[in-house]
Write a protein that binds this ligand. Structure first.
Ligand SMILES: *Cc1c(COP(=O)(O)O)cnc(C)c1O
Length: 383
């Protein structure tokens, strides 16, 4: 019997997506798998393991707690925490033996204090805090825009050696999914910083590319690429992922919990936002916005049953949706219903849902709520 709402994740697809991205890289560029936000909704620890099996040699997350979660899951690979860290969060990140990002001298001061107080924080024989310095080349978010300030931060890190270790230089692209020209502009701003950083500390890891840049701008690969969305088989340029040889790893399903007749004038759901105009059959699926199916999908989405697309009709409620099965449906109560994924020859991608919601695939995936169980398999074989 199917579950009311279920996310099935094919870890073999994540492995193949990582291997496919690796083939894009020149010989010495490493792949860092970004598993923030619970692995873009796929589950951080299983996704990280699959990415490592596919060839990833680094992991990146946004928060300290996410790094701690990976360590608690038994993962030993190098982790970069990319986000800003409060003093408390910094301690959590360091206890998780994560590399951290700095862009201001006061923060380097805090790092030095944390390293000095290291007993009880740093574990596993680690006595150094590893630091990547971030230059803001155009994203306008984290990092300093000033080359001199960034180099000053790096110098402070070197002065605090051996407690601190300068391990990386990074930036982040603002438009890799839409505008090649600005990516190149950002790369040009990054170049002199990267060169100076390599002089300050030979052997550091210089990194910039996200999934879109990895796929579209080979010059951005440098020493490492940070790929998130593409490892899950979703398209960073919001197109059909199969066009770039990516394989979606996640399927979201429910089932037909009730099938009933509707006469002309009968309505479905809150606010009667669907009223039958003809004799038809309605199917009810016990999945709703409480599971992450956004309410904007009201009268604005399809559901696949037995390889056939049926329109979602009426309001998406917290726990249920309804679909219009038409006047003579060939379906049974209890039948599997697919919201994201394949059903026989038919398929609905995350990108399609994102289009309907006027958002991006990232947000749809991250929105699948904790109420939805994640079940893992390897090309259909249970783990
Ligand atoms: C999320 C994130 C990435 C990964 O981006 P994708 O588009 O998912 O590949 C890379 N770098 C930074 C700094 C990020 O925040």
């Amino acid at each position: 019997m199917p579950l009311r709402a279920l996310a099935r994740v094919n870890l073999a697809a994540i492995e193949r997506n990582v291997a496919r991205l690796e083939r894009e890289l020149h010989g010495t560029s490493a792949l860092c798998a970004v598993v923030k936000a619970d692995g873009y909704g796929h589950g951080a620890v299983p996704s990280a393991r699959a990415a490592i099996a596919g060839g990833a040699s680094w992991l990146a997350v946004a928060t300290a707690a996410e790094a701690a979660q990976l360590r608690a899951g038994g993962i030993e690979t190098s982790i970069l925490v990319m986000g800003a860290l409060s003093r408390e969060e910094l301690r959590v990140a360091l206890a998780a033996r994560a590399d951290v990002v700095a862009w201001s001298e006061p923060f380097v001061g805090e790092l030095a204090v944390a390293a000095r107080d290291g007993a009880g924080i740093l574990k596993g024989g680690e006595d150094r805090v590893r630091v990547h310095v971030k230059l803001d080349t155009g994203m306008g978010r984290l990092g300093t825009r000033e080359l001199d300030e960034a180099l000053g931060v790096a110098t402070r890190v070197l002065e605090a050696s051996p407690a601190l270790e300068l391990t990386g230089a990074m930036t982040h692209f603002a438009t890799a999914d839409e505008n090649d020209a600005f990516v190149r502009e950002q790369l040009e701003r990054f170049g002199p910083f990267a060169a100076e950083m390599r002089t300050l500390q030979p052997g550091i890891i210089v990194h910039a590319a996200n999934s879109a840049a990895t796929l579209c701008v080979a010059a951005s690969h440098l020493d490492m690429v940070r790929c998130g969305i593409a490892i899950y088989g979703c398209d960073p340029l919001h197109e059909d992922p199969s066009l770039r040889g990516l394989e979606p790893a996640l399927e979201l399903t429910s089932y037909l919990a009730a099938v009933k007749r509707a006469a002309p004038g009968d309505s479905a759901g809150y606010g009667r936002r669907f009223v039958a105009e003809r004799e038809t059959w309605l199917g009810t699926l016990p999945i709703g916005y409480g599971d992450g199916l956004r309410r904007d999908l009201t009268n604005n989405c399809d559901v696949l049953v037995g390889g056939v697309r049926y329109p979602l009709v009426g309001t998406v409620s917290m726990d249920n949706i309804t679909i219009d099965l038409g006047p003579a449906p060939d379906v049974r109560t209890g039948e599997l219903a697919t919201i994201i994924g394949r059903s026989n020859a038919e398929r609905q991608t995350v990108e399609e849902l994102a289009d309907r919601l006027e958002t991006i695939n990232y947000e749809v995936l991250c929105g699948i709520s904790a109420r939805v169980p994640r079940v893992y398999h390897h090309d259909g074989e249970p783990l």
